[in-house]
Design a protein around this ligand. Structure first.
Ligand code: HEC
Length: 153
């Protein structure tokens, strides 16, 4: 009796927390959404950077470091896109207003990049440096395609 009471209370508490978390997400302040996506993109850049430097011979190739950074890049590449919601087109952001006029194209470019980064992570794990170099190139193109059109300098 005591136990079932306790677990019912725990269930209700858990449900309450889930609702609170959902509400918090729905009401995320535009400036927090902007900070969230910029933070994810910053980490993406910091994880991709060493791979690009290895590909260009600027730092020595390190298979384990490459695999680790590519894995992080793959994960964070998924994060920014839910944070381009209404009201996040102004403030402390380099996002161009064109994003919200061409959301389908913007999403397609985000998907393309995520696919390239996923491939990058796969290739990095194999230790094939030539394949890694090629895939760094393809990934860089996917970053640039979006920045050229949708990011202010
Ligand atoms: C679909 C579009 C798109 C793709 C693809 C994309 N970016 Fe960006 N990126 C943006 C936008 C938009 C911003 C500006 C965000 C803001 O200021 O709110 C940005 C900002 C950044 C920033 C600056 C973050 C900061 O500190 O504020 C870095 C670094 C970055 N991107 C790296 C990358 C890398 C590396 C890739 C490829 C692996 C990539 N991005 C792919 C759209 C994209």
């Amino acid at each position: 009796m005591r136990n079932s009471k306790k677990s019912a209370a725990a269930l209700i508490a858990a449900a309450g927390m889930a609702v609170a978390a959902g509400a918090a997400f729905a009401q995320q302040k535009p400036e927090d959404a902007i900070k969230y996506r910029q933070s994810a993109l910053f980490i993406l850049g910091q994880s991709f950077g060493p791979l690009a430097a290895m590909a260009q011979g600027k730092i020595p190739y390190d298979k384990d470091a490459a695999a680790r950074d590519a894995g992080i890049a793959e994960f964070v590449s998924k994060l920014p896109w839910s944070r381009f919601g209404p009201g996040t087109d102004q403030g402390n952001t380099k996002a161009k207003p064109e994003i919200w006029l061409n959301l389908e194209d913007f999403r397609a470019k985000a998907d393309k990049m995520q696919a390239e980064v996923a491939k990058l992570a796969q290739v990095a794990r194999t230790g094939d440096f030539n394949a890694l170099k090629m895939q760094v190139g393809e990934t860089g193109k996917a970053c640039k395609a979006c920045h050229d059109e949708y990011r202010n300098k």
